[in-house]
Design a protein around this ligand. Structure first.
Ligand SMILES: *Cc1c(COP(=O)(O)O)cnc(C)c1O
Length: 355
């Protein structure tokens, strides 16, 4: 069922940004993808159009009750000029499960991937090729029915926008300072923590704001029930290396099943590292630190790939990790993942798709 998408090209191409000075998510390309849903037609009218404002009724239910979901992925330019996507099928499947949880009619399997490919092809000249740069892809669905009742909307808009981005951390892999959040929670079992739904990020803002005021760049979230077990770092998955064992939270429904997380686990297992997906309490992390066994902490996600943690602050206790330096495993994972994504290294897992 190849979808026929209409393509309407812009008449005025925008100036491209300086590839040496790219921020995260501030500049957008010439085109965007739109597709509508209505009860009688289902998903229909997929189209690439010039990038620009969209017109919505002020009563559109997304503005009132936040019925929406999003995805995040990247396109890369290889040294020989090819356009590469990293595991797009995983985003496609995750979007479907997010839609189901948010009571949004799911996109047919494969549609998100196809739409991403058509849009990225149209704007392929926007993929920067400088070291560490890429084209960030943001697919999302919003509830558009003008209706103030609280129920699932009967109308939706699926949108994809593209943004050329620089390396997440400008100075390279610089270890971050992380505050362990023990007051606020982001998700609980049975909630929406496993979904990329806007509301999850809105509830995290207060905590991240307060952490920033105290000089930390992100928070480490503890589980929402006991506030005891480590779950995620900001909007990334969290990994702890204790006495040679790499530990990350299991997928219990309150954390996001990251595609980078899955890729990290595959690589570590291939390399023969000891890897465990198990509950780990912040007390155990601290005890390991005191015993000199907390070797590395890092976060994984599409935006930054691997982000090493240099310091953890838990209540009045400060843990300086690996002397505040990047750990060996963090650096090796970053190098390997970025090399595969850019087509510099053999794609032995079948992760990379060429356009
Ligand atoms: C997006 C996200 C991640 C990372 O997922 P990737 O697929 O690796 O980008 C982790 N945690 C949260 C809360 C996220 O939103």
């Amino acid at each position: 069922m190849p979808n026929e998408f209409t393509i309407i090209k812009t008449k005025v191409n925008k100036a491209k940004p300086d590839p040496n000075n790219l921020n995260f998510g501030t500049v957008f390309t010439d085109h965007m993808f739109l597709m509508n849903y209505s009860k009688d037609k289902g998903w229909h009218d997929g189209r690439v159009v010039p990038y620009g404002p969209i017109c919505l009724d002020p009563a559109a239910s997304v503005f009132h009750y936040g019925q929406e979901m999003f995805e995040g992925m990247k396109a890369y330019r290889s040294a020989d000029g090819k356009t590469l996507l990293f595991r797009p099928g995983m985003n496609d499947k995750r979007a479907i499960s997010s839609c189901e949880r948010m009571c949004i009619p799911p996109l047919p399997e494969g549609l998100l991937t196809e739409a991403v490919k058509v849009l990225v092809k149209t704007d392929r000249d926007w993929i920067p090729d400088k070291e560490g740069t890429s084209l960030y892809i943001r697919p999302y669905i919003i509830a558009t029915e003008p209706f103030l009742g609280v129920r699932d909307s009967y109308e939706y808009l699926f949108i994809i926008i593209l943004s050329p981005v620089g390396p997440y951390y400008k100075g390279g892999l610089v270890p971050t300072r992380i505050y362990v959040e023990d007051k606020y929670v982001r998700s609980v079992p049975g909630g929406t923590g496993f979904v990329k739904a806007g509301g999850n990020y809105a509830v995290g803002l207060r905590s991240e704001y307060e952490a920033r005021q105290s000089g930390y760049s992100q928070v480490l979230w503890l589980d929402g029930t006991e506030r005891k077990y480590v779950e995620e770092i900001g909007t990334s998955n969290a990994f702890f290396v204790i006495d040679g064992e790499v530990i990350t939270s299991p997928l219990t429904g309150s954390i996001l099943p990251g595609i980078t997380r899955d890729s990290v686990l595959c690589l570590l297992r291939e390399w023969g590292n000891k890897v465990s997906e198990k509950k780990l309490s912040i007390q155990q992390v601290y005890d390991a630190y005191v015993q000199g066994k907390l070797e590395e902490v890092f976060a994984s996600g599409t935006a930054a790939v691997i982000s090493p943690v240099g310091e953890l602050c838990w209540q009045d206790k400060k843990m300086l990790i690996n002397g505040g330096n990047i750990g060996t495993i963090s650096q090796k994972l970053y190098d390997e993942l970025t090399a595969i994504q850019l087509g510099k290294k053999e794609d032995r897992f079948g992760w990379v798709e060429m356009l």
